[in-house]
Design a protein around this ligand. Sequence first.
Ligand code: ATP
Length: 769
Amino acid sequence: MESREQKVEQQRVDSVINQITAKIKSVSLEYSKAHAEMKSVQQNYSANTSVNYVEVDDRIDTSAELQQQRALASRLIENEQIISNQLHVYKDLEQSPYFGRIDIQDPGEAEQEKLYIGTASFTDDESNFLVYDWRAPISAIYYNGTLGDVTYDTPAGKQLTTLTKKRQFLIQNGKIESMFDTNETVGDEMLQHVLGQQNDETMQNIVATIQREQNDIIRDTRSDLLVVQGVAGSGKTSAILQRIAFLLYHSRRELQADQIVLFSPNKLFSHYISDVLPSLGERNMRQVTLADFLTQRLQGLNVESLFDHYEKDVDLSADQQALVDYKSSSQYMHQIADYCQNLEPTHFKFNHIYFDGRIFFNKAAIEKIYQGLPHLQPAERFLRTKNILIKQLKRRINQEAKSDWVAEEIDQLSDEEYHNLLGSKRLHDFQEVDAETNYIARKIVTRRLRKVYDAIYNNYFLDIYSQYADFMDTVAIPDNLPATVMAASKKAFLHDIEFHKCELVDAAPLLYIRDILTGGGQNHAMHHLFVDEMQDYSIAQLQYLHHAFPKAHMTFLGDAEQALFKAVQTPEGLLNSLRDAFHVHHPRLLKLNRSYRSTLPITTFAKALLPDGDQIEAFNRPGQLPRLVIRYDTESCYEALEDEVTSLRSGNGTVAILTKNLEQAHEVYQKLHHENNDVTLMTDADLSLPKGTLVMPIYLAKGLEFDAVIAWNVSAANFPDDRFTGTLYTIATRAMHQLVLISLGPVSPLIASNKMPKSVLQIEHELTN
Ligand SMILES: Nc1ncnc2c1ncn2[C@@H]1O[C@H](COP(=O)(O)OP(=O)(O)OP(=O)(O)O)[C@@H](O)[C@H]1O
């Protein structure tokens, strides 16, 4: 039954919603007007684009007018967009205007104030705040404060107040479903409700239930390097997105969404999180995967992806491991920087520039230019060389413009082509006819030699591959790495380059060498760099990202335990390595030890897989024990899989069958698909997750979650030793409500260990005779 208190609160909700509804009406009217205005300008614009293009003068006037109209149209579109966004925000508020209330007593004030907190601010006609945005300074108290005296940060400094009440609401369709008073950050009841729900296709914001430790990450504006070690399901990704929304609000004037870049683990993940910021009324930040970023920067090269890497690098010899460790280290990157700074001009490696299959600029000539310059930093010297080459190209264009083929081509130009070549020039700009013909001739040659210009502009005359090979030849390598292994690696690198391929471990060092020597590759406009799943990045790669976005504040989040096929580094060790490598002023390490995603039995099982799993605190959400199903031949194993899928599907929206690698995902898919059409095999090209039964290798499921998970073939043969702990742990922790493990033959020692209490699993054996 509704309490008296709840009735009073419901009356307030009703009154606020009435005001929001009235606001929606007026903003809708505004929107219709803006839309009509935009449409009429657009129609006008398209009518004008069909004007006569032949007369040069007309064309120039028309183009100026068109430009004006285009600018007006884009302003109106922007205006319409702003109003439309506002409408979205109000419509969301109309359903659920707020989720929290705090009562505060400011020092010296006679009366207490009641403040209500929601996803966005809402004021009445007299500008009184009926709802405060969750990011407003005062709202921090809701997340951080316990009853009593509290302080909060404001632009004017710290403020003191007394918190006398903290209340949470669950309001749906304008009705208070439940409300609680609490002294905690956000009480368990609310979290139980949110976490018990079925998985959606895309991630939801957690604004109503942000926890205190998460709030520290979200509201940190001081650190230039924030490293978050958070156990699986502890809300790292959620915290990133809430943090971005917070930063956009906090620095509304200086920061735009496209000045924030997030490196995400795969494309499925990018789609999975794409609704969170729009649900908070913000635009999405830029998102990129490491593979896309590297491939884009190393155009023409097929850079090995993290996925190829997972498929391949399971069994490395000690020497090979030493090589990978070295090339992934900050020391390696420092040695590259030293190499570049001290590079003798005679050691600089150049390429010929070709045109139509013939050498246009000879590398010996380029070398001569470079070596002839005064003593300068390599990048400066390179830039000067580039400018000299462009000057030489211009000279050659002028000479070539006098040749017969150009004159012939001019003769054959149609009027329209001729005018196009004239561009914005007018006929009376030229003193004589010759000058005009010469102008056209140079235009023709310039167009023809465009490729040469592009090659110079894009620095193709630097032979970065030979340069990197030279570096590998000359660098002082660590004691544990045999010189023969390094030499073989150089050879393999050059061999791969012949086939336009490059291993992942060489991509960042290669780019680093190129950037330092050419003075390029740095984006100074990016204010924030976020890296999710940082355990999958080497220090060398992170160092390159820091170099590529030198002005960006960095937030790196990950879970050392989820490192797939890789040794685990302690968070403190990682922070120290990063601090030394980056020379930052305000590094900060935060830890999230509470796991929210999975039920208590699933988290309890997952914890037991880890040597130091005790640090993980499970959120107490009840559920069934994970089931371990053991079969002794392939046929019965697949039968068991089918039975499990059928039974899990009846209660869950998505069931994900997670495998160790792609090959096993294919095998499972072939088998299941044969019997049942409602199964999807996910690949790294997929952009979104369908509902139903999904099959994928674990590295594609990084950062994702599913209602139910089946861990495929957790046998001793498939997961033989502790190199696979991270993989198995990551698989288990993708499950929200149910987890089934299927083993073909004896179970992995990671599960069948003394450390694994019998009570955390329900085991089903097949009887054998
Ligand atoms: N404060 C919170 N309130 C409600 N739900 C939360 C909260 N924190 C986390 N969650 C939920 O827990 C789940 C896991 O969160 P998230 O994916 O952000 O964790 P993660 O640390 O990035 O996980 P992983 O490293 O395992 O991929 C999500 O469903 C998220 O919505």
